[in-house]
Write a protein that binds this ligand. Sequence first.
Ligand SMILES: [Mg+2]
Ligand SMILES: [Zn+2]
Length: 190
Amino acid sequence: MQSTKVEKVIFIDRDGVINEDPIGDYVKRWQDFRFIPGVVEALQNLSRAGFQIVIISNQAGIGDGEYTEEALNEITSQMLSEFKKNGISIRGIYYCLHGKTANCECRKPKTGLFRQAACDIRFEASETYFIGDKLSDVQAGRNFGFRNLFVLTGHGSTDQMKLSKEDAPEKILPSLKEAVDYILESNDRE
Ligand SMILES: [Mg+2]
Ligand SMILES: [Zn+2]
């Protein structure tokens, strides 16, 4: 039975928001994956508040031959099992696996990954947050009509300088932890 209820969903970029981004390189294996401090607790708080968590990530290293889809699947399953151990369930993960110059429809700042998610999950974009650390995240979020939060982890501290007025996110915050606090505070207000 198809539910018509709109869900409370938060969309989150992966590299540089959930885990450390090895700037200029890729996370190619689970051994290289490091959670950014405060992330597990922040996601627990989101889950407890009834939000569904969706991860949206460009992984061009696959299309560009830097690592295999099998390696990415291993990283994903290890990450999910860490989350599960901590009582966090993830509603969906959407990756773009195309190379940087493939000109696909899903690599952010394009919105194909959000459109895929919208086939599986019913949400209202204008009331939904997307949290990212890159200019292309803010642009993708804006292109889809989300409320954008920008964090200064990962590429954030350098990409902050690239944000033009029209790319301005709703709020710039130090990390996912503060972004989640901001969402939960506004959730209480609204
Ligand atoms: Mg990122
Ligand atoms: Zn793609």
